[in-house]
Design a protein around this ligand. Structure first.
Ligand SMILES: Nc1ncnc2c1ncn2[C@@H]1O[C@H](COP(=O)(O)OP(=O)(O)O)[C@@H](O)[C@H]1O
Ligand SMILES: [Mg+2]
Length: 257
């Protein structure tokens, strides 16, 4: 049974949604929670790359897809549904139904949390997913830049419209530190002040770190090392996310696999 589904959304692409999803998932798993990760970003599925997974998933005798088990989390990607090198142009309904299949046709087993890396934006696919499942809540990722926040506001409105509780918002790429000085490349505290204005939790902030982008490319998430500073950042984000989700009073979803 999947106890809680949390979607990770952003207004824009490229703001670190997948990076946050992967590292949040692993840091939660380090707390002895059973964690699944579903990469539903049809426009740019990147979770297998970030987890260093190349092989195809297996299938059980009763034709369920076996999720990968790596870095302590179960995962599957919409990218697994696309033939190698075969560009698939998803139409809305097609994409939604392919994603829904990944909820039901994957042998997730018992999960405390299934984290879903949503496609960026607020189109039909996001709406249809929010309406098809009982979601525990949404985590929103943004950079402090106004251009990113404009789209975040649209996301917030979408989640409100479909009654998905917003657990909080993560400020990614907060600053770049060099020579002991913090450089606010995308502006200072844009997400923090937006969170205040909209009365949302600020779940945490993540600096720009070369090792974060490198780890994404090499498929070795930094949070797997509990001694790393990145683990400590995500440990706090995870605690706040769990706290916020515990305060949401909805019936648990029941997708048995
Ligand atoms: N805090 C960070 N520091 C350095 N690089 C980052 C950080 N967050 C994300 N990145 C890099 O930025 C790029 C976009 O991140 P990604 O997670 O793929 O964004 P999204 O899923 O929102 O499109 C990736 O190359 C990723 O490694
Ligand atoms: Mg992504």
């Amino acid at each position: 049974m999947i106890k809680n589904i949390i979607v990770i959304g952003s207004g824009k692409g490229g703001v670190g949604k997948s990076t946050v999803t992967v590292n949040l998932a692993i840091s939660l798993a380090k707390k002895n929670l059973n964690i699944g990760l579903l990469d539903a970003d049809i426009y740019g599925p990147s979770i297998p790359k970030m987890l260093g997974i190349k092989e195809k998933p297996g299938v059980t005798e009763n034709k369920k897809i076996i999720p990968y088990l790596k870095y302590g989390i179960k995962s599957i990607s919409i990218g697994n549904m696309i033939p190698d090198n075969g560009a698939v142009i998803w139409r809305g309904a097609m994409a939604s139904s392919a994603i829904k299949q990944l909820f039901n046709d994957v042998d997730w087993g018992d999960l405390d949390y299934l984290l879903v890396d949503l496609p960026p934006g607020t189109g039909d696919i996001q709406l249809s997913l929010c309406q098809s499942f009982t979601l525990k809540g949404a985590v929103i990722v943004s950079t402090p830049q106004e251009i990113s926040l404009i789209d975040v506001r649209k996301s917030i409105n979408m989640f409100k419209k479909v009654n998905v509780p917003i657990l909080g918002i993560v400020q990614n790429m907060s600053f770049f530190e060099s020579g002991g000085r913090k450089n606010y490349i995308f502006g200072k505290d844009g997400v923090a002040s937006e969170a205040k204005k909209q009365n949302l939790n600020l779940l945490g902030e993540i600096p720009i770190l070369t090792k974060i982008s490198e780890s994404g490319d090499t498929g070795k998430p930094l949070t797997f090392d509990q001694k790393s500073e990145v683990f400590k950042i995500f440990e706090k984000i995870g605690e706040k996310t769990v706290d916020a989700s515990n305060k949401v009073k909805i019936k648990n979803v029941d997708i048995s696999s």
